[in-house]
Ligand binder design. Structure first.
Ligand code: RM4
Ligand code: MN
Length: 388
């Protein structure tokens, strides 16, 4: 294979997972602007997600959020997904929207609440058994608002206890991925604020526990690619929740705020040989589309990840290694910038044509008439939204 063929092959086999919640209505605490044609249930969310795969060819799985996507029969939902050419992916737990969780979930001072939260997590593994999902994503809103409110160390102990119990429940091919976030909803301490805490808890929990990096969950200026490199080196990078941030956890389209950062992250992934679907690194989107249309917003996001990936794949690894070994600072940086400055859109158009797809996914989606059809068909019923 020429190197160009290797790049094309890597782009063809790339996999990006979509979040079911990106297709429902979402907003800020000020207002949710409902959009016409938005799904009313998990079945319609999956039908919409399937459109993203139909036009990009690289997004064949949809992550569920429990209980937002609760259904009576998960095996039936999995069949529905298969009928639409996609599969169910990561199961996201939710221990942040019940009144009982005001002071936390698995870190709560009251053992009754901790038990309730743990039962929810174990229930999510039951869902995984029915859907065939590999990963359980854990994000805990747990934390404190005031110094002295609770014991930082006791809360870590409670967290460890819960993670050990979940780990013990996982099947041989299942994993848990633990997400961190430096602030919000708690403002003084979050119980999993950073990758170091997540890593320590994962190591203590066992080999099926991996760290997940949500790109929006860092303080401004954080060098995320350094974290990615470190976790890859330790064999504990379970995956990404991709999105963009300007200020906080903005959940904007990945690659929209800082495409260079996304490129730098993907460069670390490519260098570590972690791009392929069997590498154990899950590439997921975790986004909300508050003012832009949702299906095109997801298509655009997938394309942004593809563009960053293509640029990372175009880095001349030999030239970079030679410049680094020679201490050629400007030369090494130049190799990276040459790749970043490449217009990869023609290459990706070629990749799409090779997959039998329209080279212009956004245009093809509009021309398909799907967006207009769901606006006409989905009348009545309650639209799905963030939190439902
Ligand atoms: C959280 C976290 C989780 C996601 C929810 C919707 O901030 O990022 O991954 O499931 O939001
Ligand atoms: Mn996330």
């Amino acid at each position: 294979m020429t190197s160009n063929q290797a790049v094309v092959a890597a782009l063809r086999s790339q996999r990006i997972e979509l979040p079911s919640w990106a297709f429902g209505n979402s907003g800020t605490r000020f207002k949710v602007f409902a959009q016409k044609g938005v799904p009313r249930d998990p079945y319609e969310k999956i039908a919409d997600a399937a459109q993203v795969h139909r036009f990009t060819g690289v997004a064949p799985t949809v992550a569920l959020h429990i209980p937002w996507d609760r259904v009576d029969d998960y095996a039936d939902l999995a069949r529905h997904a298969a009928d639409h050419g996609v599969a169910l992916g990561t199961i996201n737990s939710n221990t942040f929207q019940d009144d009982d969780y005001m002071l936390g979930s698995v870190c709560h001072p009251d053992a009754r609440v901790r038990r309730k939260a743990l039962d929810h997590l174990l229930g999510c593994v039951d869902v995984m058994d029915a859907t065939g999902s590999r990963d359980l994503k854990l994000w805990f809103a747990d934390g404190t608002n005031y110094p002295g409110q609770d014991s930082i160390r006791a809360r870590q102990d409670r967290l460890a206890e819960a993670l050990t119990a979940v780990h013990a429940r996982l099947g041989p091919d299942q994993r848990m991925v633990l997400e961190y976030k430096f602030f919000e909803p708690s403002f003084y301490t979050m119980d999993v604020p950073d990758w170091g805490t997540s890593y320590m808890q994962c190591v203590a929990a066992g080999p099926k526990a991996m760290v997940v990096v949500d790109t929006g969950h860092h303080a401004p200026g954080t060098n995320i690619e350094f974290i990615v490199a470190s976790l890859l080196r330790a064999g504990r990078l379970g995956g990404f929740d991709f999105n963009s941030r300007f200020y906080a956890d903005d959940d904007l389209m990945v690659g929209s705020a800082d495409p260079f950062q996304l490129f730098r992250i993907m460069h670390e992934v490519v260098q570590a040989g972690a791009l392929s679907p069997d590498s154990g690194v899950a590439f997921m989107l975790d986004q909300c589309h508050n003012i832009e249309p949702k299906i095109p917003g997801q298509i655009r996001s997938v394309m942004n990840v593809q563009e960053a990936t293509a640029k990372a794949l175009l880095v001349d690894a030999d030239a970079l290694a030679a410049a680094q070994a020679a201490g050629d600072v400007l030369g090494a940086n130049g190799v990276l910038m040459d790749a970043f400055d490449t217009d990869v859109r023609p290459l990706l158009a070629e990749v799409r044509s090779g997959l039998g797809l329209d080279p212009d996914p956004l245009g093809a989606y509009v021309r398909s008439g799907y967006g207009a059809a769901i606006v006409a068909e989905r009348v009545g019923g309650a639209q799905a939204g963030w939190g439902a």
